[in-house]
Design a protein around this ligand. Structure first.
Ligand SMILES: Cc1cc2nc3c(=O)[nH]c(=O)nc-3n(C[C@H](O)[C@H](O)[C@H](O)COP(=O)(O)OP(=O)(O)OC[C@H]3O[C@@H](n4cnc5c(N)ncnc54)[C@H](O)[C@@H]3O)c2cc1C
Length: 268
């Protein structure tokens, strides 16, 4: 049981984690591979106070180093589900289920829309987790849609357990087809037979992780203390709205981290 789990390891999540540690709480940060983080694409960041001229990668490495030194724990996984319980939150990440008193969501924004056919086939041949669902498709055709080099490893894992894998990295167009169950995927003009399409998108829409979460214009609604409408759930960073900038993400992460740590302490 952690005091706090932070979903997302961008600037908001790392700032939240450091501030939980500063208040003496235990914290686990669960995030997808850092190579997926949008800040890595920034060639030069000039508007972060005190550290002008860094590349996005240098800035993120600096934040990560600070968070690790603070004693935050890390798990590289995609969070797929969450459940609220009497004692706090349960988080399903890859094949693990983790528990915490308070939860902070800092998943950034989902870039790109779901593919045609994706949402209607969730659980009927669309999966977001190779480790969780791969065994169901041993000996069967699967298509894997990767978003970065780390996703190739998930395709190799599926191959290793006996799936017949076609791997596509960052295709321009995808359509998932089938009547009821998935039967094929159209990927950049090529139709491939598939019993399952693994979509390894780095970010999931917050509404799919928290069906009761209140949104406003597509962003998570919070109060000034970064509390959402759900008990013990805080949100920070790009996912709460504009401006989509590092300083704002770091500031909101600080508030969410302090608040969540205090709430977790009271729950003990
Ligand atoms: C090209 C470019 C240039 C930019 N330049 C600047 C600049 O000069 N100055 C500036 O201030 N800002 C800049 N930004 C914006 C800045 O990158 C963002 O504002 C900042 O990264 C937001 O931080 P965040 O922590 O809220 O979200 P993010 O950095 O998006 O981090 C969220 C993380 O959560 C992970 N995640 C999401 N869902 C899940 C899940 N279900 N399970 C596990 N992990 C999950 C994501 O993979 C991601 O790594 C730039 C952005 C881009 C793309």
């Amino acid at each position: 049981m952690y005091d706090v789990i932070v979903i997302g390891t961008g600037p908001a999540g790392l700032s939240a984690a450091i501030n939980v540690r500063q208040r003496g709480g235990s914290v686990l940060c669960v995030g997808t591979a850092l190579e997926n983080n949008p800040l890595l694409k920034a060639e030069r960041v000039d508007n972060y106070l005190g550290l002008p001229g860094m590349t996005g990668k240098q800035l993120l490495d600096t934040f990560l180093d600070h968070a690790k030194k603070s004693g935050a724990e890390f798990l590289q996984e995609r969070v797929l589900n969450t459940y609220h319980s009497d004692s706090g939150w349960m988080v399903s990440a890859g094949s693990q289920v983790l528990e915490c008193r308070c939860l902070i969501f800092t998943g950034g924004i989902m870039r790109g829309k779901p593919y045609p056919g994706e949402q209607e086939h969730i659980g009927m041949g669309v999966s977001y987790c190779a480790t969780c669902d791969g065994m169901l498709y041993r000996g069967k055709n699967v298509a894997v849609i990767g978003f970065g080099p780390a996703d190739r490893e998930e395709a190799e894992y599926l191959e290793g357990i006996g799936c017949k894998v076609r791997y596509f990295e960052k295709p321009k167009k995808v359509e998932i087809r089938g009547e009821g169950k998935v039967s094929s995927a159209l990927v950049d003009q090529e139709e491939v037979a598939a019993d399952c399409v693994f979509v390894l998108r780095p970010s999931l829409a917050p509404s799919s992780l928290f069906p009761e979460l209140e949104l406003e214009d597509g962003y998570i609604r919070t109060d000034r203390m970064m509390h959402t409408n759900l008990p013990g759930l805080y949100a920070a960073g790009d996912c709460t709205g504009r401006p989509l900038q590092v300083s704002k993400a770091v500031g909101e992460g600080l508030i969410a981290g302090q608040q969540a740590a205090d709430e977790a302490k009271k729950m003990k």
